[in-house]
Ligand binder design. Structure first.
Ligand SMILES: *Cc1c(COP(=O)(O)O)cnc(C)c1O
Length: 342
């Protein structure tokens, strides 16, 4: 059976062109710096992301943790949002790998008040205090919202005034650029380093990128080896990554339009609560207005060939991607409509 899988954009299968590119990729040992396809991807990524250099890493989680390890000293404090991916979904890695302390700022749907960040920056040499090593932002946020650029600009300016670097968790930064109608560099220029995922909406099978200054990436390359991320004939993974950055970034608007289409259909159903203004990228969140038989709902989805995650904190999430078109969305809506009718 051909599943309609809307659990995440991480479920995307590589396109036919990607499989072809993997098959034909010219490779070498990338730990020796010999893989021409990896080098091509890293040069392309640096240019697209507006940084001096970039590094291919196995996952987004790896890229973020590598950024913490490379920017910070053990015992440093990292300022970031209380609902961000690094705090919630990276297995406490910041404590284990970089050995840093996370100091959170309350997030307003993913946006962090620059003044709240400023109040947490450690100023002076009090021997009791940890040193502020890094500020992390996330855009697009994994709640599906895009953070306004003026907030990023203000945060970056105050960070620079204190000599603190800013890292952007840009797992979906190309989705953010698509939503804002800007070049991705207009976002990344408000950060010193950026991580971006190739394996989500961009459909590569594996891989993320960390970009920053030449000196930063040189140190990160050494730390990537330390973390066990020195990959050998990685050109077979870099080849679909090149298509992710060139072709797949161009079509993210379709996913966003499909998410808005889905949101409009769902909002019209009695029994569903959904804020269409929160649909910025490829994610639709909604809740049910009355208690329901959850196992029966999940069984109805499965019977219709649809894979969805169960609600988290009462909220269901559906994610669109290149394998989800209008027909697939209509089927999802039909299942929910029928379920709510009973
Ligand atoms: C998915 C995601 C990551 C981690 O990426 P993986 O490749 O799944 O490890 C990091 N940050 C954000 C915001 C994400 O959505």
């Amino acid at each position: 059976m051909q599943w309609i899988d809307v659990r995440s954009d991480t479920v995307t299968q590589p396109t036919a062109a990607m499989r072809e590119a993997m098959f034909k990729a010219e490779v070498g040992d990338d730990v020796y710096g010999d893989d021409p396809t990896v080098r091509q991807l890293e040069e392309l990524a640096a240019e697209k992301l507006g940084k001096e250099a970039a590094l291919l890493v196995p996952t987004g989680n790896f890229g973020n943790q590598l950024a913490l390890l490379t920017h910070c000293q053990r015992g440093n404090e990292v300022i970031l949002g209380d609902d961000c991916h690094i705090v919630w979904h990276e297995t406490g890695g910041a404590a284990v790998i970089a050995g840093v302390q996370l100091r959170t700022v309350e997030s307003d749907k993913g946006a962090l008040d620059p003044q709240a960040i400023a109040r947490r920056i450690r100023v002076g040499d009090d021997i009791h205090w940890p040193k502020t090593g890094l500020i992390c932002l996330e855009n697009a946020h994994s709640n599906g919202r895009v953070i306004p650029l003026d907030i990023m600009a203000q945060t970056h300016a105050l960070a620079q005034a204190h000599g603190v670097p800013v890292h952007l968790d840009g797992a979906r930064v190309f989705n953010a650029a698509t939503y804002l109608g800007c070049d991705v560099r207009d976002i990344t220029r408000h950060a010193d380093s950026v991580m971006c995922c190739l394996s989500k909406g961009l459909a590569a099978p594996v891989g993320s990128l960390l970009a920053g200054s030449e000196a930063f990436i040189q140190r990160a390359r050494r730390h990537r080896k330390l973390m066990g991320g020195g990959m050998r004939q990685a050109g077979v993974l870099a080849a679909p990554g090149i298509l992710a950055l060139t072709e797949m970034t161009q079509r993210l608007g379709e996913d966003h339009a499909n998410a808005r289409y889905l949101a409009a259909q769902l909002a019209a159903l009695t029994g569903i609560q959904l804020n269409q203004d929160d649909v910025h990228i490829n994610m639709v969140w909604f809740a049910f207005t009355r208690p329901l038989d959850l196992p029966r709902l999940l069984a109805a989805f499965t019977a219709a060939g649809i894979k969805v995650n169960p609600p988290e904190d009462g909220q269901m999430r559906i994610v669109t991607h290149w394998q989800i078109g209008r027909a697939e969305i209509d089927r999802i809506v039909a299942v929910l409509a029928e379920f709510l009718r009973d």
